[in-house]
Write a protein that binds this ligand. Structure first.
Ligand SMILES: [Zn+2]
Length: 344
């Protein structure tokens, strides 16, 4: 029974006493489903993943006109910064910062840098998060707000109203047959597409890499699983199997993609990244993600990289901290090395 190790946690008490029989029914169904899961075929899983995440959204939003605008361009402290806005049909404005360091690494990819959801969006990403660390190391970075958080959610929400509308985003998306993370991915794909088409910016981008923290790490995995040209991939604090996190613990609902666990598990998503270069950072005391399960996933991913003869393209860093982004020097060295191998 998967639930038992987490019963002692305070947040789980209500679950335990409220409706354990129904949970047992779901668990039974999930285990049966797991036994039926077909043999591993990456192209099949990738195609089904795309379908689950994006198909309905692509159909529904196909007619929307998208406009990329440069709101502001400025240079300071040895870097160029472009404040960008992607208008989506006049309904949503997604904002992003493109950072071009003057000591840009030759031939290195542009990192799409994605924040987690306890932070303030791209501002955190460019000041303390993945984009800050990677730009300092000489990488061009595109740091967008993850839809529904940061500036993309609009300026009128106060904290309480913001919380309620965030839940509504999740519920309403599910009612439409979408998922919030699917919608976020759709927006990220539009960013990639519009940047490549931009007269002024296309020369600054080229091939893409992806980095993300927590929720951003999850999105980085999906985006990179679907786009096999994205490399390297850098995932910070998102490596715990869903069985031990979403399936067994109370978690933010925005991660739910209907049917996902019928298709594959998180290890399966990681396997879709191989044999591309993959850097993973995790913490042993991450409260949201039980360590023994995270450790198991890392073992499986590492074994898979061995199986596809790409052991040297998988790098993991484990630290003693909690659920906090820390860019480890070993990760940066690994990324630099893989970019040199890939780009010369
Ligand atoms: Zn969430």
């Amino acid at each position: 029974m998967k639930f038992s190790p987490y019963y002692d946690q305070e947040e789980f008490q209500e679950y335990k006493y409220y409706d354990q029989p129904t949970l047992r029914l779901l668990d039974w169904c999930f285990e049966r489903q797991g036994q039926r899961r077909s043999s591993w075929d990456p192209e099949h899983v990738r195609a089904r993943l795309r379908q689950l995440l994006l198909r309905q959204i692509e159909i529904d939003l196909a007619d929307l006109v998208l406009n990329l605008a440069i709101r502001r361009a400025h240079s300071s402290n040895g870097e160029e910064r472009f404040e960008l806005s992607l208008d989506i049909g006049g309904l949503v404005e997604s904002r992003a910062t493109l950072i071009v360091p003057s000591d840009r690494r030759p031939n290195a990819p542009v990192f799409i840098c994605l924040h987690g959801h306890q932070h303030e969006g791209r501002r955190w990403t460019v000041e303390e998060g993945p984009a800050a660390a990677l730009a300092r190391a000489g990488y061009v970075c595109l740091a967008p707000d993850v839809l529904g958080l940061g500036e993309s959610r609009g300026t009128t929400d106060n904290v309480i109203r913001g919380g309620i509308t965030y839940d509504l985003l999740v519920h309403d998306a599910l009612l439409l047959g979408w998922s919030l993370n699917g919608l976020r991915l759709w927006v990220l794909e539009r960013w990639m597409q519009k940047l490549r088409q931009s007269d002024r910016l296309s020369e600054k981008v080229g091939r893409f890499a992806c980095a993300g923290f927590s929720l951003g790490g999850e999105l980085a995995l999906y985006l990179s699983a679907l786009h096999t040209e994205i490399a390297p991939v850098y995932v910070s604090h998102y490596a715990c199997p869903w069985e031990a996190s979403y399936w067994s613990k109370l978690h933010c609902r925005c991660a739910y993609v209907p049917g996902m666990m019928r298709l594959t598990n998180l290890t399966g998503i990681y396997k879709l990244i191989a044999p591309r270069a993959l850097a993973v950072e995790v913490s042993r005391k991450d409260r949201s993600f039980p360590w023994k399960d995270t450790e198991q996933l890392l073992r499986e991913v590492s074994a898979h990289y061995g199986l596809v003869s790409a052991t040297e393209r998988f790098n993991q860093v484990v630290n003693e901290g909690d659920h906090t982004f820390r860019c480890d020097p070993q990760t940066l060295a690994f990324l630099a090395q893989t970019c040199e191998v890939a780009g010369g």
